[in-house]
Write a protein that binds this ligand. Structure first.
Ligand code: G3H
Ligand code: ZN
Length: 283
């Protein structure tokens, strides 16, 4: 069923595992991720950036595509459609009105008072419709579509305030993570993560999941991280396989010849992540 993130993340926090947010770009991505989650009996979050939604046609197309696939593929595990890095109250409302079951409002580049005010407005609207809300404090580095950031660590007092004053369901405290590949090993602020986890009641989110080694994933989960976002890793797996197939089958022109292996590569990558995060057999 299509659900918000609230129950899945609170269960994950208690059960000491994390639910993956896997970003989608098109039908193949969505198909692959849903199949992986169903096979692994895992709850799953489909992340949709504003750029990806634009690419697919718009929020309505996204929701109807997900609903169609869930019906045709007979998906029984909990699925959330989540706006990733929502840029404004208006965009979040638009996604919610189209049927998204969860939104992230990312006003992390603004001063904390403004971030809290924006987040509060989103929570008010979202909660009236049963939709969950994620907010970000500090800044994730690197680039994802239109979202470009310098690494800035979240301050503990800002985390405490935003959770208390807005009623968000989950918080993404930026602690050194980066969108896209890392240069060398990531250097995540685990001490800060522990302090934040001990001071707020909500499950935490880790952005920039691509390239984080398993021992860091496990540590983050043990310190209250219940949602991990993965985007780039699936893009790399898909593109690698598609390149190989196209290089080998130079006469091929039916797109399914390369899209199907690409889709399978995403599915296998997601199955690997689900097992790393421990969300298998939790649906
Ligand atoms: O919001 C999406 C994620 O934070 C994805 O990060 O592309 O580094 O896996 P990633
Ligand atoms: Zn992110």
């Amino acid at each position: 069923p299509l659900v918000s993130m609230t129950d899945m993340l609170n269960k994950a926090l208690k059960g000491k595992y994390a639910v993956g947010q896997y970003n989608i770009n098109n039908l193949e991505w969505t198909h692959a991720i849903l199949e992986a989650a169903e096979e692994e009996k895992s709850p799953v979050i489909l992340g949709v950036s504003e750029g990806a939604a634009r690419y697919m046609g718009g929020f309505n197309t996204v929701v109807k595509m997900v609903q169609g696939l869930m019906e045709d593929l007979k998906i029984t595990v909990p699925v959330a459609i989540h706006l990733d890095h929502g840029s404004s109250v208006e965009k979040c409302k638009e996604a919610i009105d189209a049927g998204f079951t969860s939104v992230m409002i990312d006003d992390s580049h603004s001063p904390i008072d403004k971030n809290i005010e924006t987040t509060k407005a989103v929570v008010e609207y979202a909660h009236s419709k049963g939709v969950s809300v994620e907010a970000e404090v500090g800044m994730v580095g690197g680039q994802e579509d239109d979202v470009i950031g310098e690494v800035m660590y979240a301050k503990l007092e800002d985390c405490v305030r935003i959770v208390k004053e807005t009623g968000i369901d989950t918080l993404a405290p930026a602690l050194g993570s980066v969108h896209g590949p890392y240069k060398g090993e990531p250097n995540l602020g685990f001490k800060e993560m522990e302090e934040i986890c001990n001071s707020v009641s909500v499950p935490l989110v880790l952005h920039g999941g691509t390239g984080i080694p398993l021992h860091d994933i496990k540590k983050a989960i043990s310190l209250g991280t219940s949602k991990i976002n993965v985007n780039t890793e699936n893009q790399i797996s898909f593109t690698k396989v598609v390149r190989e197939v196209l290089a080998e089958k130079t006469e091929a022109y039916d797109p399914r010849v390369f899209l199907k292996p690409g889709r399978e590569a995403i599915k296998q990558t997601v199955i690997g992540k689900i097992r790393e995060f421990g969300s298998n057999n939790q649906a």
